[in-house]
Design a protein around this ligand. Structure first.
Ligand code: BGC
Length: 756
């Protein structure tokens, strides 16, 4: 009986089955419903292996140019190779109508023609919005959302992304990135929530809750994917997919907590890091994939490989002498599904491995049960078809206003000499530089294409900085010769800049990075491109005030030009309404409130993070570098200016000495002492005076954001448990050692003592 008749006939009986009692769990056996058990009990080895096989849409489309499914190719995938999951787009975003056609064709064959009628699990990268649905509004990349310090915003962005993705008929999203951004060269830095583990873990969990809400079987939720487990973001050279060397204490204290929190938040799936950690490719590591992920974190969902990574255990990492050995290693390590994705090698080789007895059928059952559970939880076993009525749930005006607010809240003002900003709306501005007329730089990775660099695919509502400024202050006040092509000579024409500056009151210089994703974004030098630095120097030489607007995914070193800039506004990758949001901040319609989610280095050879160790920046040949004197970034984590001023006072704790069963209540007052309404991110940090593992200079423990009218004061209350002050000791255990800690908010500090 195939699924459709199964579903139609079912009625109450099926409902009872669906609610059936979970089976007793052995070690690592995820409980499942009797419907899943019934399916599993009749599946052949081939059908099981097929469920573990994920291929790209390339294998089922007529050709590279079309979105039309080739029915013969589809039948090969589903009927001959029993494929259970498909992913991705070919080339660029599809319309909702195209998505429905594709998914209808796929699910029709899956439910009507395969022996058991098990639907296909379709997965997509809906990163910073439903970027593979043509025309959808995009939100700032995670790095900007983290700057907003607004957890509600992170959650809302995910909710909207989920609703649109599901409306297209896609139930699985490969997001969020939970990698901690501690290597600024890494080209996926913009996809991270920054350098601090607490920020990443809280933003990540909020995102997962937004995707999955209170259940996957709904028209507005999708399965989320915590990725990339683990250690991807810290390659030693900074290049994508290159080796990391991560001591166990660092892994546990700085990289693992976001995944632990994500599992607790209910994340349904995980994607594995393509790289290798300490010489072990993560896809081949039983330690990471089973001992830590399953046994320690208690994760019961689906573990999918990243792109082609099983094959690469043989071809790139060379830990497997043959492709077959690569499959064995990954499956034995604990992988549930292989994103093969451009051939059927995983399927063929795994079938062989099981038939010859190298891998047991019980091992397959572990993974297949998880995959079928997910299909059931998503409601696919009841109805896998896209719903016509959901087509109207995409691209709503209310989504635009959230995206606009998110862009505004992300913008981070780093310098504002003599309060040059906000500018008067009558100011005549010269908008120069490569970012002025380019949409890719505002959006970057995963924006209608993987690379985000196809300017023709952006919706009309996405405005470049120049277009947005013309709307803001009128055509007559905006001079710009910048062209769309980021690298074009015209965008770096120093003589022209000088000539045009003569007719302007202020130069708005738009520098940073063009769009990129993954490896094409690899750089050898954190310094900003010399052509851009030369442009900034030329702008300064004109004698006109220069306001630097940076659209970039990572902190490109600009120390040689910062002293000459009157203001610096960091916009990260603000996306659809980024241009408009930048214009609002520059001309005072919005008071900026973003603060840095990373430390902005002053020199590329001096990348020291805010939570560095005490000795990380001492210079024995220089006085005053003990303490924190040697810490010399351009701007540190948490910095960001406002058009108003804030003052903290009265930082107090309820118990100066506390024990294991106590919870500290930390209170602080924050006042808007300026003349404009504004929002202030309030962050609580701690510093451990002495510890058996050298303590960090400071660590973020909590944060919130308050809105204050001029003159208004509010009290913020944080609670801190001893566990929240813990660190990972030499034995790999979380401990809070007795002794003194400083608790700090802004310029306020209070000392507390932990007594065992
Ligand atoms: C990326 C993943 C992504 C996958 C599927 C890979 O190249 O590393 O983050 O989910 O492709 O598109």
């Amino acid at each position: 009986m195939n699924l459709k008749s199964f579903t139609l006939l079912s009625g109450m009986a099926l409902l009872l089955q669906y609610c059936g009692t979970p089976q007793a769990a052995e070690s690592n056996v995820t409980p499942s419903s009797s419907r899943v058990d019934s399916l599993l009990s009749v599946m052949t080895i081939e059908e099981k292996v097929g469920q573990m096989t994920q291929v790209a849409i390339d294998l089922i489309l007529e050709d590279d140019e079309t979105t039309v499914v080739d029915m013969e190719k589809l039948r090969t995938a589903l009927l001959e190779k029993n494929v259970g999951s498909i992913l991705n787009v070919k080339g660029h975003a599809y319309t909702v109508d195209q998505w429905h056609e594709i998914l209808n064709a796929i699910q029709e064959v899956a439910t009507e023609e395969t022996r058991l009628g098990i639907p296909i699990l379709y997965g997509i990268d809906a990163i910073h919005g439903a970027n593979y649905i043509a025309g959808s509004t995009l939100f700032p990349h995670n790095i900007g959302t983290a700057a907003s310090r607004n957890l509600e915003m992170a959650r809302r962005i995910a909710e909207i992304t989920a609703a649109e993705t599901r409306a297209a008929g896609i139930p699985w999203n490969f997001d969020p990135v939970l990698d901690v951004g501690r290597q600024p060269l890494w080209p996926r830095f913009e996809e991270t929530f920054g350098e601090d583990v607490y920020l990443v873990k809280t933003m990540g969990a909020a995102t997962i809750k937004g995707y999955e809400q209170d259940g996957l079987n709904q028209d507005h939720t999708v399965a989320s994917t915590m990725k990339h487990f683990i250690g991807y973001s810290m390659p030693e050279t900074g290049k994508d997919r290159t080796p990391s060397y991560i001591p166990e204490t660092m892994l546990r204290e700085f990289l693992l907590p976001p995944f632990k929190e994500a599992v607790e938040a209910g994340a349904s799936t995980v994607m594995i890091n393509s790289g290798e950690v300490n010489g072990v490719p993560v896809h081949a590591s039983k330690y990471y994939l089973t001992d830590i992920l399953r046994d320690e974190l208690g994760f019961e969902g689906v573990a999918v490989s990243d792109w082609e990574d099983v094959i690469r255990l043989h071809t790139r990492h060379r830990v497997a002498a043959t492709p077959k050995e690569a499959v064995r290693l990954a499956v034995e390590a604990g992988l549930d599904m292989s994103m093969v994705p451009l051939d059927y090698s995983f399927y063929d080789l795994l079938v062989e491995l099981v038939k010859e007895g190298t891998i047991s059928e019980e091992r397959l059952d572990l993974s297949v049960r998880r995959i079928l559970n997910l299909k059931e939880e998503l409601g696919l076993l009841d109805n896998p078809f896209p719903k016509e009525e959901l087509k109207s749930r995409v691209q709503l005006a209310e989504y635009d206003s959230v995206a606009y607010d998110a862009s505004l809240e992300s913008l981070t003002l780093l310098k504002n000499e003599n309060d040059i900003l906000p500018l008067d709306k009558g100011t005549k501005v010269l908008v120069a530089g490569p970012g002025a007329n380019n949409l890719g730089t505002l959006h970057s990775s995963w924006s209608y294409t993987w690379q985000g660099s196809d300017e023709d695919l952006y919706p009309e509502k996405a405005l470049t900085i120049v277009e947005a400024l013309r709307n803001e202050i009128g055509e007559e006040n905006v001079i710009s010769r910048s062209v769309t092509d980021y690298g074009a000579e015209e965008n770096y024409d120093i003589d022209q800049l000088k000539a045009d500056a003569a007719g302007a009151d202020v130069i708005l210089l738009t520098l940073g990075e063009k769009a990129y994703a993954e490896s094409p974004g690899v750089i050898d030098n954190l310094e900003l491109d010399p052509r851009q630095l030369a442009l900034a120097e030329a702008a300064a030489e004109t004698g006109k005030p220069v306001v630097l607007v940076l659209t970039q995914g990572r902190p490109r070193v600009i120390s040689s030009i910062v002293p000459d800039m009157d203001a610096v506004l960091l916009a990260y990758r603000p996306s659809t309404f980024g241009g408009a949001a930048i214009a609002d901040v520059l001309f005072g319609d919005y008071n900026p409130s973003g603060i840095l989610p990373f430390t902005y280095p002053r020199h590329s050879g001096d990348v020291v993070l805010y939570d560095h160790k005490g000795t990380e920046k001492i210079r024995e040949d220089q006085p005053n570098t003990y303490g924190d004197g040697g810490f010399n970034p351009q701007w540190t984590f948490g910095e960001g200016l406002s058009y108003t001023t804030f003052e903290f006072s009265d930082l107090q704790v309820n118990k100066p000495t506390f024990g294991p069963d106590d919870e500290l209540e930390v209170r602080v007052k924050v006042k808007n002492t300026g003349s404009r309404a504004g929002q202030k991110a309030v962050e609580l940090y701690s510093r451990d005076h002495y510890a058996s593992i050298t303590p960090s200079a400071r660590r973020l423990r909590d944060y919130t954001k308050v809105s204050l009218a001029p003159g208004e004061e509010k009290e913020v209350v944080f609670t801190v448990s001893p566990e929240e002050l813990a660190f990972v000791n030499e034995a790999g255990e979380w401990v809070t050692e007795a002794g003194a800690f400083d608790l700090m908010v802004g310029d306020q500090k209070v000392e507390v003592n932990y007594a065992l």
